[in-house]
Ligand binder design. Sequence first.
Ligand code: FA5
Ligand code: MG
Length: 462
Amino acid sequence: AATSPENVTTNPKTVEINGQKYATDSWFNVSSTVLSLVSRKLHLQTDHPVAITRKIIESVFPGPTYKYYNEFDPVVSTYENFDSLGFPPDHPGRARTDTYYINKDTLLRTHTSAHEAELFRASASGGYLLSADVYRRDEVDRSHYPVFHQMEGARVWDRTKVPNGDLAAAVLADLDQLPKHNMKVEDPNPPFHPERNPLQADHHTPAEAAAVAAHLKRSLELMVNEIFTRAKKAAAATTSTTTSTNPTSDPTDDEPLRVRWVEAYFPFTSPSWELEVFYQGDWLEVLGCGVSQQALHANAGRPAQMGWAFGIGLERIAMLLFRVPDIRLFWSRDERFLAQFRGLEEGGLEGLRLFVPFSKYPACYKDVSFWLGGGGAGGAGAEGGVEWHENDLMEVVRDAAGDCVEDVSLVDEFTHPKTGRRSMCYRINYRSLEKTLTNTETNEMHDRVVKGLVGRLGVEIR
Ligand code: FA5
Ligand code: MG
């Protein structure tokens, strides 16, 4: 069995999350670092950029049509997070290398879609927005963090409640009520495609699906338009208050916004899309969405209902909106970060400015090289029954170095021609956002990383 380096809760009998006790079992894999973040709820903190981003999006989906839910607990059942949404039993997202489990049947939600079934039951016609913290075991770099925030939105119509039972006409009438925008939208594909992006032909007419897709797309385009119009205003306002050389001006600031619709796949929508935005020279995926699978409505006891749903990452948007360069900053309690957003909500979000980074502290790169499978010759990672998965290494590093690690990347990998053993070398970039790390501090963290890799993953250091 693996030894347990400090800072990791190894199979306690129970854990307490938001005041509720849960029994653990051999599936338990939530580090104490991650557990300690559950109470932070950045999307609910006044003047926090994640909360500000949530409010801007909410303003595009007004009540009473849309209801807002922001307090749903992150602990959900495996059924809610996966099965209820049609994830097949062998879907990789279910793996313990990707998901934080409390026990076999209970986990920290990996997405806000975990609450769709429950909310579809609640919303007969109309819609909702749900913002919440979500949890994923993932790589370490400036745009990934094991906890982030998503907003889920949905809109449904009920055939028994629309004039003449004509759902397509009702949806188009609602579409007609939506504002227009002048973004450049690329949408080269048909609303559905038999192989790539099929109509749910047993349940929806082509006219219904096309109407719902059109309503979905306009709604989300309006949202993106609102965010990026504000982002440009923030950039302009920052420029006008910054003297001499301005680090934030951007040649694309004067160009019209460009977005494009890309066909996608989710088990719980069909057809499905991702929306991408052209920003600072790159196409960026900002959300996933689609026409909800009819089985979800049926299982929610509302078979006469159909509609759309989307899911968006709030940090990803906040990083674009305020130009926050590193996702770790959102978790900072440093006044140099927090004070830059203070008072914005009170001022009706009219005073948005770009984040002005405080001085960057030096980076310290350290490499760690190891053979997979400790204790003599052996096959790739199979030795000792520990299967290699990179996310496990990422977790060891996060537990050992917390927010002092900026990036972890594989720099070398080879298989020994005779023994068949696999060797890897990872480069870890230690850098605090708040201070210069001393050599002693960095060495101590790196020692903990090495001990964790040996103790928990059974590698042999080279
Ligand atoms: C989902 O999570 C789906 N539940 C979205 C959805 C909802 C589709 C409803 C259809 C209907 P995905 O894993 O792609 O999909 O994440 C959705 C969004 O969350 C992404 O577009 C991105 O904005 C954000 N996101 C995903 N992973 C990360 C991450 N590691 N860090 C920051 N943001 C992320
Ligand atoms: Mg995606």
